[in-house]
Design a protein around this ligand. Structure first.
Ligand SMILES: Nc1ncnc2c1ncn2[C@@H]1O[C@H](COP(=O)(O)OP(=O)(O)OP(=O)(O)O)[C@@H](O)[C@H]1O
Ligand SMILES: [Mg+2]
Length: 450
């Protein structure tokens, strides 16, 4: 069943505007087509046949009359026909109708067929009709025993214009209706589009404020629901951040006290080992809490603002160089996009820090890539950053686990670096993944929406 359905679906317009206009237009056109066929199809046939019958009867009557009268009286008949019947007559004595010509004038319209049939019925003489020579009249030629009679009848006598009026009225009303529908639907569609845009922007972490509800009741309702949801999420994130910051902050003081107390404890050969282990633990806890605090502070308050990604990458690379790393950067001259600069600096800092700890050479590349199929220019783009190192890397099976908080196996690490990096990238609406680097170590690939 799948074979034909997609075909039909492909023909439908994709947008709401197109679809709703179609929904209005198709029933109207169907209805009008049925009305036209039922009413005018039959009605017009009858009228056309009767009109043709009238003209054919007049012509037959004239032919009959002409054959009974003497040559002198024919001019009287010609005059009478001209003013009483609106038929112009001419007689070509001794002429013959050309058989080839007769066959050439095949009936084209139902009108012509009706006239031919009526003439056949009433005339019982060879004849032909000529619709081409004059746009306003039809010429009927009749073969009488002593010559050819030309009858020029105005087309008005055979034809009614109401059908055209009716068709114009139908098409015009359909056009008018769809124009009205387009104008009204455009407003509705605009409201829905604005809502979709706002939801998208909010997902990317951009501050959009509350959106104004507009359009139909349902669309307004969706906009209001969106505003409430936005509010709740903001409040939730705020609470979470506040709580994290509060806990971290409150733990800091007792930890500092503990570290100072440990430093002041009297040391002996017996306790030395335990004490330095304890001190190391306390120091690690302090580092973790500092990381939490930094994370909580950054995420809670920072708004996305247009910034140069390349400049930011260069900055982070320079900082890594100062702490002794060999960093190479391959990047275009500039790439502006909405960024939470502090957060992203921390994110890249974490990645470079990992690379520096595990390898000797670090390569950072900035690039834009299409989100769609390769070659699809219209698809929106990602800004892509890859951080490569030549260290041991992480086996494919362990890469996802490395993102989990506290997943660290390395001494001196809190295990938060990659978790924080992923949080930050996701808050930008992007994604991050670990891969095998061409340098032999680990590659972190970041993608941010442009
Ligand atoms: N470039 C890398 N090469 C090899 N292993 C890595 C690399 N980066 C991270 N890892 C592994 O992934 C684990 C998690 O990294 P993550 O940055 O989250 O924590 P961390 O570096 O241990 O601690 P933190 O960054 O919080 O100081 C690391 O302990 C390490 O085992
Ligand atoms: Mg790390």
């Amino acid at each position: 069943m799948g074979g034909r359905l997609p075909l039909f679906r492909d023909l439908l317009p994709r947008g709401l505007l197109g679809r709703s206009v179609l929904i209005i237009l198709v029933p109207i056109l169907l209805l009008q087509a049925v009305a036209l066929q039922l009413f005018y199809g039959g009605h017009l046939d009858v009228i056309s046949r009767r009109l043709a019958g009238g003209v054919a009867g007049d012509v037959a009557m004239l032919v009959e009359l002409l054959q009974r009268e003497t040559i002198e009286d024919r001019s009287w008949i010609f005059r009478e026909a001209s003013w009483r019947l609106d038929l112009a007559l001419a007689f070509e004595a001794g002429a013959r109708l050309n058989a080839v010509e007769r066959r050439a004038s095949m009936p084209l319209l139902p009108l012509e067929e009706d006239l031919n049939r009526a003439l056949e019925e009433r005339l019982r003489l060879p004849f032909d009709t000529d619709w081409q020579s004059d746009p306003r009249s039809v010429i009927i030629r009749v073969q009488t025993p002593d010559g050819v009679l030309h009858v020029e009848a105005p087309r008005k006598r055979l034809f009614t214009a109401t059908l055209y009026l009716f068709v114009i009225w139908l098409v015009g009303s359909a056009l008018l209706l769809s124009a009205v529908a387009v104008v009204f639907m455009k407003n509705q569609v605009r409201a829905i589009r604005r809502l979709a845009g706002a939801a998208e922007a909010f997902g990317l972490g951009r501050d959009i404020g509350t959106i104004k509800p507009e359009g139909a009741a349902e669309v307004r309702q969706a906009a209001q629901a969106f505003n409430r949801m936005q509010d709740r999420i903001r409040r939730f994130v705020g609470q979470r951040t506040d709580m994290l910051a509060g806990i971290s902050h409150d733990l800091r003081t007792p930890l500092t006290r503990m570290r100072l107390a440990l430093a002041m404890l009297p040391r002996s050969a017996d306790t030395e080992e335990d004490l330095s282990a304890l001190t190391a633990d306390v120091e690690e806890m302090e580092r973790m809490i500092a990381a939490y605090l930094a994370f909580a502070r950054g995420e809670g308050t920072e708004q996305a603002a247009p910034a140069d990604l390349v400049e930011l990458v260069q900055e982070v690379a320079a900082k890594a160089r100062r702490s002794g790393a060999t960093v190479e950067v391959v990047a275009p001259s500039g790439l502006m996009l909405p960024l939470r600069a502090d957060a992203l600096r921390r994110c890249l800092g974490n990645l470079l820090d990992n690379a520096r700890r595990h390898g000797r050479l670090i390569m950072v590349a900035v690039d834009t890539v299409s989100r769609g199929e390769p070659g699809d220019e219209a698809a929106p783009a990602w800004a892509q950053i890859t951080v490569d190192d030549d260290g041991p890397g992480i086996p494919a099976a362990g890469r996802e686990a490395a993102f989990r908080p506290f997943a660290s196996g390395a001494p001196g690490g809190t295990g938060l670096g990659l978790a924080i990096a992923r949080d930050i990238v996701r808050a930008h609406g992007g994604e991050i993944a670990l891969e095998q680097s061409p340098l032999g170590g680990l590659r972190a690939r970041l993608r941010l929406p442009v």
